[in-house]
Design a binder for this molecule. Structure first.
Ligand code: 13P
Length: 250
């Protein structure tokens, strides 16, 4: 079975203005044109039009960082899948631990978002991961399995084979404390096994599972070389051209 295409996905979080975003992607294009990986930039919603435009004709795909699951209506401040699709957005990051923690997102909401994103013809990047307490309590596997099982409820095998899952241990996010290759591989393997239980081995062989949490140019290659890790969801290091270029080529 051919190895899945490695994905290097940046999650800019609440960083860069539309003009900064445009300039960054214009520079990034040339740097990653020959990267063997699928390069994705996850940018703030207001940057999406400029970034989609800047990425046109390049191998860079564009992700939103959030979306609402309803098609339209009285949801002040929210953005729908149709709006993102109209801009030609490819992916939507959902279930990030920061959205779960600061904005009260639940597994059920993440499941509804995944459904809406797929219905609109885009692909979700579904985040999961345990806190330090949960790791110390020894419930990492149960927690992550629960998060992913609920996120995938009602999705078809075909859909699950195309979407992306990102394992991001909360204690490794923005802390500089990367999970070891073995820790990251272990949980990504647990997730792949769950997908196999739910959808069969063929689907599990296709679903891409990323690791996120203090991925840098210096540790990306060894993480991405692990059998169950198909790339990275990168925060801080994706804001720097030279770092992100190296990660995309790792
Ligand atoms: P850092 O790479 O800054 O640790 O952030 C990881 C992350 O949250 C990506 O979604």
């Amino acid at each position: 079975m051919a190895k899945r295409t490695i994905m290097a996905a940046g999650n800019w979080k609440m960083n860069k203005t539309p003009s900064e975003a445009k300039a960054f992607v214009e520079s990034l294009k040339g740097l990653v044109a020959d990267a063997g990986s699928e390069v994705v930039v996850g940018v703030p919603s207001v940057c999406l039009p400029a970034v989609v435009e800047a990425a046109k004709g390049s191998n860079i795909k564009v992700a939103a960082q959030n979306v609402h699951w309803e098609a339209s209506g009285a949801y002040t401040g929210e953005i729908s899948c149709a709006m993102l699709k109209d801009l030609n957005v490819d992916y939507v990051i959902i279930g990030h631990s920061e959205r779960r923690e600061y904005f009260g997102e639940t597994d059920e909401m993440i499941n509804k978002k995944a459904r809406a994103i797929l219905d609109a013809g885009m692909l979700p990047i579904i985040c999961c991961g345990e806190s330090l307490t949960q790791r110390e309590q020894g419930v990492t596997a149960e927690h992550v399995r629960y998060q992913i099982k609920v996120a995938l409820l009602g999705l078809s095998a075909e859909e699950v084979s195309k979407l992306v899952i990102a394992y991001e241990p909360i204690w490794a996010i923005g802390t500089g404390k990367t999970a070891t290759n073995e820790q990251a591989e272990e949980v990504c393997g647990i997730i792949r096994k769950l997908v196999a239980e739910l959808y069969g081995d063929d689907v599990a062989e296709k679903t891409r599972i990323l690791y996120g949490g203090s991925v840098k140019a210096s540790n990306a290659a060894e993480l991405f070389a692990m059998p169950n890790i198909d790339g990275g969801l990168v925060g801080g290091a994706s804001l720097k051209l030279d770092e992100f270029e190296k990660i995309a080529k790792a």
